[in-house]
Write a protein that binds this ligand. Sequence first.
Ligand code: KIV
Length: 272
Amino acid sequence: MSAQSEHSRRITIATLREMKRNEKRFVCLTAYDTAFARILDQAGVDLILVGDSLGMVVQGHETTIPVTMDDMVYHCSLAARGASRAMLVADMPFLSYATPDQALSNAARLMQQGGAQMVKLEGGDAQQDVVKHLSGNGVPVCAHIGLKPQSIHKMGAYRVQGRQKHAAESMLYDAEILQKAGADMLLLECVPMKLAQEIVRNVDVPVIGIGAGPYCDAQILVLHDVLGITPGQVPKFSQNFMQQADSIADAIAAYVQAVREGSFPAPQHCFD
Ligand code: KIV
């Protein structure tokens, strides 16, 4: 295979599993439309997430709760037109996966109408039947644990998760149970780095981190944070890569390089 076709080959879950086995970090970022998905794709981002964070950064809501299935399908179909190499993952929005059958018909929309190759849902052991049903029907699943933004009104605030012993043990249990149920990937948000390291060691599937320290198999950030266009306070785990860049493409390329070489996340982005 030529260097060119090697570079442009579509990333699949098999590629990401192999990268994990070879201890090669992969790079993820959110995008919500064709233009940005294309820039990310060309800069070498391996996985593009059409996150329900679009409710906050694109639609201007305070939380991700108002995002609908129609919103997700629409934005995913836009991003799909820009991503020819990167794997495309789409979030299942709030209450779109409350039962296994509801989850399956909504996941089918994201894959058939939106062009997603995998769906992501916020879960724990309570979602194992949903994950099992999706996986059993050929739907690749990424299970998002740690801080789950769709549960903001249950939590009351966005906080680091898993600092207490019982919470850490229950997160480890969730990771194992979700993998057993068929999850192909995990995403950890706002988790102390040592706990994230233990989870990464305990599962075979690739683990993406956001605010989960340097030991994860991959890193993800929200595009608007990386570009420095998020109004107000940005999370401690994020970095504005536009500060040192001449263009959006340069900023994304710098993020890709920083993740691959391990200079991002740095200690100031991590939680103990
Ligand atoms: O919706 C989103 O963008 C996410 C990231 C925070 C990982 O889930």
